[in-house]
Design a protein around this ligand. Structure first.
Ligand code: BG6
Length: 468
């Protein structure tokens, strides 16, 4: 068997604007939902940005992007996934004219990537709706959001059409059901939202995503536009048929999103799902036509698998934003996320069997507490063998999936440079190949240090995976 990874495989790393840029109010940027979420998903929403919010400074990527991209280039990155902060381009979200300084910032970032031969892979909306849209419209519950989003995507596609070829519409679009404020800018408290409210908001996002794909293909005929979902393979906790049926239902509630993006229509199983939850999607004339603008590829994050059971007494949550029952055969990270490299092979195969479209793993990695120590050469570093092990194990399974016949476009590790966590808003949960000296009490020099995994990943990329 050959090595598996094709020539031109897109190796790289991933970030999101709100978790690394900082500069939350510089150069005309408006506030985003993340600026008022100092404790992450479970915490309170504050009236105004508060000093304890680590994202206000992030890792100061806004001022240090040149140094950071140079380090990515040193590792040999072919692609760098980043997101555009919507509120840098449209500070309130509903104005017609963009903020030129915001546009200029991303021009500089993309130029820097291209200078180093790195393709930018851009997430258009990564968990940061302009705060004004959340407050004045209740975010994606309001159909007007489609128009604001259309204006935003037209602006960025037109501006960056010669610099960016790979685009993703909404980060982890299947999380809106679970984290409506972070994922959909919906101010109404989750407990007060009905399934009807949530699925209608999802419909608005799905139409907006398909519309972006349509507009993107018109403005940039050579661009590749993908959807982005959390991939969470679901195993039955037992072979009991009740568990199998429960697993099927949970699986479908996640797959609904990629099904629509890839097939251009609601799947047949949606009818029963909606009936049982008393959901009636309000479609405007033309929505069905717009949904037919399907994606070029499917991208996803993968951190964990989960089990499903019909037995309420056996449910025990673990995982990322989508929670599932613990698997008795798997170990977990320090944050309790279960580690399952083979689950990645499995999910690659199931998605490819289902869609026969190229797949892109745009997030995967281990959040861990790292310790800066003196390395063998006397320089400060982190001896993160645990991270190397995690990533190596997952890449081996990607190679297996490629041998199984799956078309994999690329792989970007999450948080290739340490950044602020999305779920808990801490910096002590680190994912990077590059350590950033900043701590949850706000202290630190922001200096960057290469971890042991930096050299490991450099070798993986240089050998196109032979070194695994
Ligand atoms: C994904 C998000 O859910 O997981 C990222 O797209 C996030 O924004 C990543 O950072 C890891 O989660 P966390 O909570 O450890 O930051």
């Amino acid at each position: 068997m050959n090595n598996g990874f094709k020539t031109g495989f897109l190796w790289g790393g991933a970030t999101a604007a709100n978790q690394c840029e900082g500069a939350y109010n510089e150069d005309g940027k408006g506030l985003s939902t993340q600026d008022v979420m100092p404790q992450g998903i479970m915490g309170p929403i504050t009236e105004v940005p508060t000093e304890d919010n680590m994202k206000l400074v992030g890792i100061d990527f806004y001022h240090r992007y040149q140094e950071d991209i140079k380090l990515f280039a040193e590792m040999g990155f072919k692609v760098f996934r980043l997101s555009i902060a919507w509120s840098r381009i449209f500070p309130k979200g509903d104005e017609m004219e963009p903020n030129e300084l915001g546009l200029e910032f991303y021009d500089k970032v993309f130029d820097e990537c291209l200078k180093h031969g790195i393709e930018p892979l851009v997430t258009i909306s990564h968990y940061e709706t302009p705060l004004h849209l959340a407050k004045a419209y209740d975010g994606w519950r309001n159909r007007k959001m489609i128009g604001f989003f259309e204006n935003y995507v037209r602006t960025i596609f037109t501006r960056y059409k010669d610099k960016v070829k790979y685009w993703l519409t909404f980060n982890e679009i299947n999380t809106l059901l679970h984290a409506p404020f972070m994922s959909g800018g919906i101010m109404t408290p989750k407990e007060e939202l009905s399934k009807q409210d949530l699925y209608q908001a999802i419909h608005h996002e799905l139409v907006a995503s398909a519309l972006a794909t349509k507009i993107g293909h018109e403005i940039m005929p050579d661009a590749k536009i993908g959807c982005m979902v959390i991939a969470l393979p679901i195993y039955p906790l037992t072979p009991h048929p009740d568990d199998i049926i429960k697993m099927m239902a949970t699986d479908r509630s996640n797959l609904l999103f990629s099904d629509i993006h890839v097939r251009g229509q609601y799947p047949s199983y949606a009818k029963r799902l909606f009936e049982e939850n008393n959901v009636h999607i309000h479609m405007e004339p033309g929505d069905e036509e717009i949904l037919k603008h399907t994606v070029d590829f499917i991208s996803f994050s993968y951190y964990s698998s989960a089990c499903e059971t019909a037995d309420q007494d056996k449910k025990a949550s673990q995982g990322n934003i989508l929670l599932g029952t613990k698997n008795p055969y798997l170990k977990a990270s320090e944050w309790g996320w279960q580690i399952d490299p083979q689950g990645l092979r499995y999910v690659l195969n199931t998605l490819y069997d289902r869609y026969q479209k190229p797949l892109f793993i745009v997030e995967n990695g281990l959040g861990a507490v790292d310790e800066l120590v003196e390395g063998p050469d006397g320089r400060k570093t982190v001896m993160d063998d645990y991270r190397i092990q995690y990533l190596n194990d997952h890449l081996v399974q990607i190679r297996e999936a490629i041998h199984d016949g799956v078309d994999v476009m690329g792989y970007t590790t999450w948080g290739c440079i340490d950044l602020v966590s999305a779920s808990t808003a801490e910096l002590k949960k680190r994912y990077g190949f590059i350590y950033v000296d900043r701590h949850d009490d706000g202290s630190g020099t922001l200096k960057r240090y290469k971890k042991k995994s930096f050299e490991w990943y450099k070798e993986v990329i240089a050998t196109n995976g032979e070194s695994l």
